[in-house]
Design a binder for this molecule. Sequence first.
Ligand code: ADP
Length: 449
Amino acid sequence: MRLQNKINLYTTVLFVILLIMMNLFVYFVSSYMIIDSEMQRIRAETEKMVESMNESLNIIPTEELLRAYVPVDGMVRVVTQDKKALSPVTSSTEKELSKLKKTFYLGEKSEKITFHNKTYAFISIPIIWTDEHVVNLQVVRSIQPSIAILHVLRMVLIIITIIAMVPVILSSRFLSRFITRPVTSMIETMTEIRKSGQFKRIQVNHKSKDELVEMGDTFNHMIDLLEANFVKQEQFVSNASHELNTPLTIIESYASLLKRRGQVEPDIFRESVEAIHSEAVQMKELIEQLLLLAKHNEKWNIKKSEVNVAELVQHSVQSFKKAYHREIQVIQEGEYLIHTDEQKLRQLLFIILDNARKYSDQMIKVYIGSKQQKCVIQISDQGVGISKEDLTKVFDRFYRVDKARTRSQGGTGLGLSIAKEIANVLGATLDLESEEKKGTTVTIALPMN
Ligand code: ADP
């Protein structure tokens, strides 16, 4: 069953049940109150009758006395202990009542009875009769007018229930349509996306601020993210193939040069082999970086241990100094033991130090200290710096400020993207401050345990 029909059916059934229950309650309470007040009234009248009869019992003959008290719509009779009725007197309209079964009661009795399809109030009060015996003075009175009122009430309530069902059905239809419209539109949009392969958004009416609008917004937001990711992935693939294409073209051209003249010209042979080797090394590095970026967080295989950060930085700086013969000054403000992945942190440091080396010629400064409960490693250079405009883009994959220059320096444009990912898996933050032609400072902030 469709969601719309389900909502429609459930709300209608629920409302109808509620309506019927409410009307039944109204009917039974009214019926109880009307009948009860009628019974009380007749009972009070009978008690009064007993009082005045007692006064004139020995003066007026019984039959005349009873005739004087007979109600207009009922019967009055005296029932003795041996269930004989002394002279039952009925009103002219209720003659049939004289056939009512005689029963003697020891105590007082008042009840509603049905006789020949009519409803009566039956009151029986024990009194001392003229012969000093206990008899029952029984009064039976029709309560048919009250029953008629209840009948009308029942009809009115039934009609009200039927009439009220119309707006209930209409409103539940409206409600189900109102709720399912955004869902239907979402399904339509999803089907369109599936068929066309294009990213589409659903129309959201922002006038109301309900959950359905929120759902529509969330859906659109999700599509935005999917589209952005899709575009990024596409860009990544095209950039990666472009990046791989350059060294392959160089290798190919040197290989053909080797084929043609390599055997006869030793200089060309040496130059070509050198170039092919260098391009192959760069390509290997690029592929390694691409593989690293393709990993998901859980595949990073983090192995945490207690790491002495200052020691790690000092070691990395020493090996860097040896490898590149660069001047690096380390300022250390304390010892920091941090629970982190040593290998990944070393990799992160290496990327930042390597950038500082590539894009500056002067001394590189490294500072180890703490700030706001975090262990901070700052790497500053006095090199070319990055313009404000480029600063926001350098973390993008394959982004390089000066493409020709960075490539000749062995840059792939992936270093900072990898650094950002490593920082993320370590729970660290990476900040970059830079001024063109003045230098760059990269701050790594590691959470202290
Ligand atoms: P690459 O492998 O090209 O260095 P990165 O992702 O590490 O790639 O850096 C992206 C770009 O940011 C670099 O091409 C470079 O132009 C710029 N950059 C990064 N670090 C520095 C720095 N310390 N000084 C100046 N420019 C930098």
